[in-house]
Design a protein around this ligand. Structure first.
Ligand code: CA
Length: 231
């Protein structure tokens, strides 16, 4: 244990209560009360997990999430969003942006601690099950150990979910992967996590764009999923 957790929450009472309980469980904590400092702090502190409130001064939680996932230094850090009732659409948007889980306020601390443990466990399982380290197709190279993708030798900026999807597809050769399988590989499927399969399509769409000409290698298999064409 002793993992560092970044708590982004402007309501000081809630932030302190979360911090107190995380410390009791043996975690280290860093607190930020303003959205505009969150991404910077994450890049500097490199926490194992981020608890991210949605309604924040400075920058709102969704924008913070977007910035975290767009930056290679922070894109692999799992995020649990703290949402209030009635923010259901924000919740779906947040998961689409690459957040790993959400907890709805008011939440029980036991529930929150269980989610924290589950997300950290999934992250470590995913890191351990890395698979083949270097994959290549055409002008595209993927280095799993370095979490790096190169296109014609130049590094390509991918979000963590785009990276995981590409890795899963490239690692499976010609085999067609169902959307559910891709969800499992990139998000670490969990029954508590209601990520919809169409979320996969959204991420595949942005991934294809970033891959340029090589994007055609990700082939849609109608009503089923995707496969990678390495030829
Ligand atoms: Ca708030």
């Amino acid at each position: 244990m002793n993992e560092k957790i970044l708590v982004v929450e402007d309501e000081r009472d809630i932030a302190r209560m979360i911090e107190y309980n995380l410390k009791k469980e043996g975690y280290r904590t860093v607190l930020v009360h303003d959205g505009s400092f969150a991404a910077l702090t994450a890049a500097k502190e490199k926490p194992a997990l981020i608890l991210l409130d949605l309604m924040l001064p400075g920058l709102d939680g969704l924008e913070v999430c977007r910035r975290l996932k767009a930056d290679a230094k922070t894109s692999a850090i799992p995020i649990i969003m703290l949402t209030a009732k009635g923010e259901e659409s924000d919740k779906v948007l947040g998961l689409g942006l690459g957040a790993d889980d959400y907890v709805t306020k008011p939440f029980g601390l036991k529930e929150l601690m269980a989610r924290v443990q589950a997300v950290l466990r999934r992250a470590s399982v995913k890191a351990a099950a890395a698979g083949p380290e270097k994959l290549k197709a055409g002008a595209l190279e993927l280095d799993a150990a370095k979490v790096e993708v190169r296109l014609k030798g130049a590094p390509l900026e991918l979000t963590s979910k785009e990276f995981e999807l590409l890795k899963a597809l490239m690692a499976c050769g010609d085999r067609v992967l169902k959307r559910e399988e891709l969800l499992e590989k990139a998000w670490g499927m969990d029954s508590s996590l209601e990520v919809e399969t169409r979320t996969v399509d959204v991420h595949i769409g942005t991934l294809r764009k970033k891959l340029g000409k090589e994007g055609r290698r990700i082939v849609t298999v109608k009503n089923y999923g995707y496969r990678f064409d390495a030829e």
